[in-house]
Design a protein. Structure first.
Length: 371
């Protein structure tokens, strides 16, 4: 019995070997085969042999190797066939195609250059004519007053007393230079530019340096300024220089410096005796009644000479025969600046009140007319 079983198994193995040999021969002599290089031929033969052996293992497993052996043989056969197909095609094993990586953001393009807009320069504020009746408007005008004689209680404040007599409204900074700076850089209580700025810097305390910058700016914006300053001769080459240049005057010390009251006396100028500042609303002004308030300080103020570069006119001088030198009161910049270089308290109140009223009235008329 055992002998018969051995014969049967041997017979099957022979058949399997013949079948494997048949497959190998079929693959070798197949018409579809192409000529390959020697190295490729070796690889092809090896793959074909693996296929045959895999077939043999499969059949053997079916006969007696059990289920696990069968599965293993089948997997080996599949792998061998795949290797064989790749070898026949002469192609390396294909990798699964990779999806192209999409950029998350496109290339950054430089922003196009934008044409630069020209810088707009501030334009000077041109005063507008208020309209209506001048006398009515004058009582609502916005006036700024700085008068440092507030520190001398023995003296009247000539300018304040004049404004009160004219029944005009004003902001009184007294001698507070900090307030003056803030008001010159700012605006009137109404929020609009000042209609008139009065600086009576008489009490031999300095209003100089940066304050002249602020005054110059106020003038450029169209606000009239009445400036009384005894110190101009010592600072004329400093920051007040632009104002003096626009006005058309140069400044020098008050000569002669003596103890004579006659050195204080001033005279009207024949060529300008009919100027409105000398006649409206008060005419017939005389300045021969002097005081010795500042006589013994040996500094009575400054005197001016015309340069011919501005529109300055002298209204009062120390030399009654000249209208181009030794000036003590000048008007210039189309009437926006009234410049007084002597001290008001060198004369009596009765002498100076009519002049200050004329100053204020005519400066406000310039503002009212938009000049």
């Amino acid at each position: 019995m055992k002998s018969n079983l051995s014969l049967i198994i041997l017979h099957k193995r022979i058949n399997i070997s013949l079948f494997a040999l048949f497959i190998i021969l079929t693959l070798v002599i197949s018409p579809s085969c192409n000529f390959v290089a020697p190295d490729e031929t070796k690889e092809t033969d090896l793959n074909q042999t693996q296929v045959a052996l895999s077939v043999e293992q499969t059949l053997t497993a079916k006969e007696g190797g059990g289920a696990n052996a069968t599965i293993a043989a089948q997997q080996a056969t599949i792998q061998a066939q795949a290797a064989l197909s790749t070898a026949q095609a002469g192609q390396p094993p294909q990798q699964p195609p990779q999806q192209p990586v999409q950029p998350t953001q496109g290339p950054v393009q430089p922003a196009p250059l934008q044409p630069q807009q020209p810088v707009q320069q501030p334009t000077p504020q041109v005063p507008q004519q208020p309209g209506g009746n001048f006398q009515e408007w004058m009582r609502s005008a916005q006036i700024l007053l700085y008068e440092d004689m507030v520190s001398d209680p023995s003296e009247y404040r000539y300018v304040k007393k004049t404004l009160d007599a004219m029944d005009l409204r004003y902001k009184d900074d007294g001698n507070a230079q900090g307030w003056l700076k803030g008001d010159l850089l700012g605006s009137s209580p109404s929020g609009k530019p000042w209609d008139l700025v009065i600086i009576a810097a008489e009490n031999h305390a300095d209003v100089t340096g940066e304050y002249f910058d602020y005054i110059d700016d106020v003038l450029d914006k169209g606000t009239p300024v009445i400036l009384e300053s005894w110190i101009l001769d010592s600072v004329s080459q400093g920051r007040v220089s632009p104002i003096l240049s626009k006005c058309g005057v140069q400044v020098y010390p008050y000569f002669p410096k003596t103890n004579s009251i006659n050195d204080v006396v001033l005279w009207t100028v024949g060529s300008t005796s009919q100027h409105p500042i000398m006649n409206d609303p008060n005419g017939g002004l005389k300045f021969t009644r002097a005081r010795d308030k500042w006589l013994y300080t040996f500094d009575l103020g400054s005197l001016m000479a015309l340069t011919g570069r501005g529109d300055a006119l002298f209204l009062l001088t120390q030399d009654a025969t000249s209208d181009y030198k030794d000036g003590a009161v000048a008007v210039c910049m189309q009437g926006r600046l009234i410049l007084q270089t002597f001290c008001s308290h060198s004369f009596e109140w009765e002498t100076m009140y009519p002049l200050w009223e004329n100053y204020i009235t005519n400066a406000l008329k310039v503002r009212f007319s938009g000049g």
